[in-house]
Design a protein around this ligand. Structure first.
Ligand code: ZN
Length: 237
């Protein structure tokens, strides 16, 4: 059994700073995403699951349509497994309504000048992200015991919360510890993978230009996100 803990915007520097053993597993490092013009979530996860750079095709859809990208099982390496389970992955089966709620609250936040209103919207935005996290976490934990040969859980909380609260060290640490705890429950072979990291822009967070990987079975060096299809294919053929 292989479990992939796909974490949006997990930052290599913070994993080191907080020194979280489960996120680091036995081997860890950065992924190389320099083939992409920008670190875009939808582009990176789509390229990961198909093993092919999907940037040009996805950007051609335009900003709004981009989020409706949906690859079929047989276009992804998930189809090489007999009984795969994939939870909430962008470009595959992401909860679009959740994304839309989050996007609208983010826009509302940046459109208002009023500090009190900003705090109110930030709270709503954070609550929405944490509520979604609890749903995904429950589904992931239930799936761990269900006998899948591939389980992938996608966790967006570090990205969503990071965008509006990256300057809040305590909140970052709380989220990273929560993610570390989730990884600790996973038996067997595991890969922790992020699409990109996050860097501070004042109090806010923006995507950094490399991702994060770790495994408990192999040192992968500095892989491209499109290499995972082959890495996993070789190990599980
Ligand atoms: Zn992302």
């Amino acid at each position: 059994m292989l479990t992939i803990i796909a974490i949006d915007a997990l930052e290599h520097k913070l994993v080191e700073e907080f020194d979280l053993p489960n996120l680091k597993l036995d081997h860890y490092g950065k992924t190389n995403i320099s083939e992409f013009s920008e670190a875009r979530t939808m582009v990176l996860w789509s390229s990961f699951m198909t093993g092919k750079n999907q940037e040009a095709d996805i950007l051609a859809k335009g900003d709004k349509e981009m989020w409706n990208t949906k690859f079929e099982l047989d276009e992804t390496f998930f189809s090489k497994f007999k009984n795969p389970k994939v939870i909430d992955l962008p470009g595959y089966n992401y909860d679009l309504e959740q994304h839309e709620r989050s996007r609208l609250l983010l826009r509302e936040y940046f459109e208002t000048e009023d500090e009190e209103k900003k705090n109110e919207v930030r709270k709503k935005y954070n609550d929405n992200a944490f509520a979604h996290h609890r749903i995904v976490k429950k589904e992931f934990e239930d799936a761990l015991a269900a006998g899948h040969d591939l389980l992938l859980g996608y966790f967006s909380v570090a990205d969503e919360i990071g965008h509006l609260n990256f300057g809040n060290k305590m909140m970052n640490k709380m989220i990273y510890k929560e993610l570390d705890e989730i990884v600790s429950q996973v038996p067997g072979d595991k890969i922790v993978l992020s699409d990109h990291g996050m860097m501070a822009i004042g109090y806010y967070g923006d995507h950094s230009e490399y991702g994060f990987w770790s495994t408990n079975f192999e040192d992968l060096g500095n892989p491209k996100i499109t290499d995972f299809r082959e890495i996993i294919g070789k190990k599980y053929q």
